[in-house]
Ligand binder design. Structure first.
Ligand SMILES: NC(=O)C1=CN([C@@H]2O[C@H](COP(=O)(O)OP(=O)(O)OC[C@H]3O[C@@H](n4cnc5c(N)ncnc54)[C@H](OP(=O)(O)O)[C@@H]3O)[C@@H](O)[C@H]2O)C=CC1
Ligand SMILES: O=C(O)[C@@H]1CCC=N1
Length: 270
């Protein structure tokens, strides 16, 4: 990147903070990433935690920004975006992280502003292993989209998708870390039930989860093929997998993805 863009993060909580970490990892200097939370103390805290520059004035931060990242909650957009609208330049890129807010809705709250990129990230971008789906509005050029994608490239698999696929992306990526954490939590608890210490169980389950994901990525196997390679005939694994089927875990995971996608559609409908 020749000249670094000036970035303003409106809201750096769980997801905004993870995105801020990704942006810093992409090589953007702290002085070029301004942040504002709901209160000055919270802004200072976020600036310190993610190594960013605290913004004193919303107006100035918006006026100076080349890229504005919306890390506030979806229900706050209607009240907060009109405050940005009057200070925006026509070519400022507004990047939304929000579930349930369409490009049309964002444009309306921003007084007709056209340069909007909707995204759906997940929190593992904080550690350089995330997923970010990118959905540019029609008025955004390929070059502008590429500038934003570059911010995430060192931290995520960046996937460009049509906006109507966002609900499926939420099930498979945006909300999905929580489903993985849920599985890890359940397995750690059972390890403790069987007599491992919590530290031992956590270490084994988390390392196994990370190693299994890495194996799928590096060997290009389908999950089913990788599972067959663990399953010795008449052995322990097939018994365990049969128990998963009996407990309806496959159906439960499908239901979780569907519930997240359905709620995303519901949020968009208002
Ligand atoms: N969490 C996740 O895994 C994912 C979240 N998202 C999306 O990311 C967005 C943020 O969610 P999440 O990070 O979970 O929420 P958090 O509550 O963790 O973060 C919201 C942030 O917005 C700040 N904020 C609130 N009001 C204002 C305001 N008036 N001006 C400036 N900042 C304000 C809060 O500051 P303060 O602390 O001072 O209140 C906080 O830092 C949502 O739109 C969500 O849909 C998308 C994908 C995944
Ligand atoms: O739970 C949520 O609504 C947000 C969007 C995807 C993940 N977290």
């Amino acid at each position: 990147m020749t000249k670094q863009p000036t970035i303003f993060m409106l809201g750096a909580g769980s997801m905004g903070g993870a995105v801020a970490t990704a942006i810093r990892r992409s090589g953007i200097d702290a002085q070029n990433v301004h942040v504002m939370n709901s209160r000055p103390e919270s802004t200072e805290r976020a600036a310190k935690e993610y190594d960013l520059t605290p913004a004193d004035s919303l107006e100035d931060a918006v006026r100076e920004a080349d890229i504005i990242i919306l890390g506030i909650k979806p229900y706050q957009l209607a009240a907060q975006l009109p405050k940005l609208a009057e200070h925006l330049s026509a070519d400022t890129l507004v990047v939304s992280l929000a579930a349930g807010a369409t490009i049309d809705t964002l444009r309306e709250h921003l007084g007709g502003h056209e340069k909007i990129i909707r995204t759906m990230p997940n929190t593992p971008v904080a550690v350089g292993s995330g997923v970010v789906a990118v959905m540019p509005a029609d008025a955004v050029t390929d070059e502008e989209t590429a500038t934003v994608e570059e911010l995430f490239a060192a931290s995520a698999d960046v996937v460009r998708v049509p906006e109507d696929k966002v609900h499926q992306v939420i099930g498979a990526a945006g909300s999905a870390p929580a489903f993985m954490f849920y599985v890890a939590e359940a397995m750690i608890d059972e390890g403790v039930m069987q007599g491992l210490t919590r530290d031992q169980a956590a270490e084994m389950v988390i390392a196994t989860m990370a190693g299994s994901a890495k194996l799928l990525q590096e060997q290009g196997l389908s999950p089913a093929e990788a599972r067959y390679r663990v399953s010795s005939p008449g052995g322990t694994t097939v018994r365990g997998v049969a128990a998963l089927e009996e407990a309806g875990v496959r159906v439960g995971l499908a239901k979780a993805m569907r519930a997240a996608a359905d709620w995303s559609r519901h949020m968009e409908e208002g």
